[in-house]
Design a protein around this ligand. Sequence first.
Ligand SMILES: Cc1ncc(C[n+]2csc(CCOP(=O)(O)OP(=O)(O)O)c2C)c(N)n1
Length: 365
Amino acid sequence: MNAMKTRLWPARPVVPDADVEVPAPPSGPVPFDKEHALMLLGGMLRIRRMEEKSAELYGQGKIRGFLHLYIGEEAVAGGMLPALQPQDNVVATYREHGHALLRGVSMERIMAEMYGKVEGCSRGRGGSMHLFDAQVRLYGGNAIVAGGLPVATGLALAARQLDEPRVTACFFGEGAVAEGAFHEAMNLAALWRLPVLFCCENNLYAMGTALARSESRVDLCAKAASYGMQAVSVDGMDVVAVHQAALAAVEQVRTSLAPIFLELRTYRFRAHSMFDAELYRDKAEVQAWKTRGPIHTYTARLKEQGLLTEQQFLELDGHVAEEVDRAVAFAEAGHWEPVEDLLRDVVAPPADAGATARNPSGGAA
Ligand SMILES: Cc1ncc(C[n+]2csc(CCOP(=O)(O)OP(=O)(O)O)c2C)c(N)n1
């Protein structure tokens, strides 16, 4: 029999890979006073050193489960978080160690959480992806791509209804843009004029998928603008540009109560997680982006401007190294949650014999 060959869908169109054209490294004057300028450097260094140590500890089996490093992207959290006020809310993703740290969760409690110790900020139950601390209004850490956007929109709705002057900063990767939750949250935030600052950390890849392979249109600001939202693209490798954009956007969201979308164009230097052979991008591309590294380029600018000497840099780095050592010692000395506490915070009552009799399948009644 001559079976007719049918093609059910058109051949896959050829799509370009990530835009590999790497812009020139950030440069130019740093428009902050010395103390402020060094605070920004200190923030990025704390994230970098904490994460380098985390990678090492992962290799030793001290930290287990998933671990997604932010190395390369520090200018985003480093510039955004210091622009927020204590009353503001922060919602982030599973790549959130830096956001938690600069929001004020101590490095000790972050490290203990990654170890799974009860002294961790989520009592050791969340691990790297679920750092949470209501005291500093950090509402996760979220393993679900785009999962934080509805949470942020809800927090902003609460602030609006309670007449509280809170900005909710919501961080997510560009992979979230392909999710329905992104569009629902953006739509409601724009429709109800909710004070959310949507911060899209566009590092060009969602796991191994380049943006152009998952988006019909790679201009993310255009997508946000389609909801009637102001949208701005920022060099996310330049802590100066990020901080300036953050200060302006936070102020505007707070006073106008309307959401803003920031696209922070950045790049991760490490693999997606600790399990990623990185077959989707050339080593040369990663090397080229490293010329834009947020810490060394900013350090060079500070030195050029006479705001920092090599000796001062080494001292600052030394203090950060001590903080990392203290965090590791704290996590090492921490405790595993006692078995008898395991049902603590479990909302559903434990199944009892009566329940089983009423619902013999054991499934949902
Ligand atoms: C709803 C959902 N789909 C798929 C996954 C699997 N997943 C984990 S990370 C990831 C990539 C997300 O990339 P992006 O949002 O750009 O953030 P990045 O990792 O680059 O920071 C995917 C698809 C998930 N966690 N949640």
